[in-house]
Design a protein around this ligand. Structure first.
Ligand code: LLP
Length: 413
């Protein structure tokens, strides 16, 4: 569900006018819709129907405490990638038995923290890590719940930075090696082998890629049971469900690039054969479409053949365009009725790579006008930084016609 729409030529999030948000909270500000968050989560959750499953929200996409609390209240699980995220998930109310933790580089301290908290699974990404987990659990006189992240060598044919499931990537254990790892793990007194995991990448738009990796996981689980007598509790197919960054208004319909129902209906019959519970770890598809970065035009200027709109948000607030060449639609909050012009929308940062959009058609905007960078709910604030010693933006949660400041702006001067 996408919560943004024009009403009387003003851009709204649900029933709240973005101009009012800018006046009340300043800019740049991330604006999220509660309704969109809850509906998108519920659509994904319901798609899996009665089949035993957990939807573990990927905190790396958005880790605002209020957002996490809302998801935890809905019964979501959490996918974390560091001790810091694990601490945030626990604080927000996710029960430990619904938290999975993947990372190629967990420190001893992080592993100890996860074991101490009895999380559902440490998604272990190398045989060496497996040995370390066993040693740490032994020193704590505990049993660590472990799931093995395999690398299924399935290419989602996406951006190389967010493709994770091929043998060229650092993630997971190669299939050939995974069986002996599992066999070893199943014999360790301080390891409780509970599952198998993979995550092939982000922004996936091909159902086939999910089917292929699910087939690989299922074959592996069946073989493991038959040949080694090892049974697992769950199969975790990772996250990655794509959204369409060109669909930004309510009238554009659903934002997902794969219908969650199709995904569930394709994967469940495969997994059913194993009797395992199904885990899915979406991030972007839950929170991405319901967020926008609200920014104000500082200046406009022209060079030879180029027009620039300089706004108060930059790559330190939203790095996706600079880092991945990612497209975010940019809309005027109050569209002026004049000729459209082509311009680059750029930030204040001292880098030529600091842009939010290039060669965009926009009305002739002026100093003081507001723009909304759309579909910015995921991997927006979590990748924000203090480059150029700029404070991070505020975050605001809209619920109908109410707006709540869910993170204060970071003030530098
Ligand atoms: N599970 C694991 C193990 C992951 O590594 C990720 C994302 C997810 C789940 C969630 O994937 P999602 O459903 O959000 O696609 N910064 C990039 C995206 C990096 C994704 C990293 N891993 C971007 O802005 O496009």
């Amino acid at each position: 569900m996408i919560p943004f729409s024009y009403k009387d030529k003003n851009l709204f999030c649900e029933d709240t006018n973005l101009t009012e948000i800018a006046e009340q909270f300043g800019t740049p500000t991330y604006v999220y819709s509660k309704k969109s968050l809850l509906e998108n989560f519920s659509k994904i959750d319901k798609a899996f129907g009665d089949y035993p499953h957990k939807i573990c929200f990927a905190l790396k996409s958005n880790s605002n405490n209020r957002i996490l609390e809302l998801l935890a209240e809905q019964g979501a699980g959490a996918d974390v990638v560091s001790g810091g995220e694990l601490a945030l998930a626990l604080k927000a109310g996710f029960p430990a038995e619904r938290i999975v933790y993947a990372s190629v580089g967990k420190t001893d301290k992080e592993i100890e923290f996860a074991i101490k908290n009895d999380i559902l699974a440490l998604n272990v990404e190398s045989c060496q890590e497996l040995q370390v987990v066993n040693q740490i659990a032994e020193s704590m006189n505990k049993k660590a719940s472990v799931s093995i992240r395999i690398n299924p060598d399935v290419d989602i044919e996406g951006h190389p930075y967010i493709t994770t499931g091929t043998s060229a990537n650092k993630f997971g254990i190669q299939l050939g090696e995974a069986e002996s790892c599992m066999e070893w793990a199943s014999k360790q007194p301080h390891i409780n082998l509970v599952g198998i995991h993979c995550h092939i990448g982000s922004l996936i738009d091909k159902l086939d890629a999910y089917i292929k990796s699910a087939e690989i996981l299922v074959d592996f689980v069946l073989k493991l049971r038959k040949q080694d007598g090892i049974t697992l509790n769950h199969i975790d197919i990772g996250g990655g469900l794509g959204i369409d960054y060109h669909k930004v208004l309510a009238e554009h319909g659903d934002p997902f690039t794969i219908d969650p129902k199709n995904l569930a209906q394709s994967v469940i019959p495969l997994v059913k054969e194993t009797g395992c519970e199904l885990l899915f770890e979406p991030g972007r598809s839950v929170i991405g479409p319901g967020g926008a970065l609200l920014t104000r035009v500082l200046y406009t200027k022209e060079t030879k053949g180029k027009r620039f709109i300089i706004v108060d948000a930059g790559m330190s607030d939203l790095i996706r365009p600079s880092l991945y060449g990612a497209f975010h639609e940019i809309l005027p909050v109050i569209p002026a009725e004049n000729d459209t012009l082509t311009a680059d929308i750029v930030g204040p940062i001292c880098e030529s790579g600091d842009f939010l959009g290039k060669n965009r058609q926009l009305p002739n905007v002026k100093r003081g006008d507001l723009l909304a960078v759309m579909t910015a709910g995921a991997y927006g604030y979590t990748l924000a930084n203090n480059y150029n010693t700029r404070g991070k933006p505020a975050e605001v949660l809209v619920d109908g016609n109410a707006a709540d400041n869910i993170r204060e702006r970071e003030i530098m001067i």
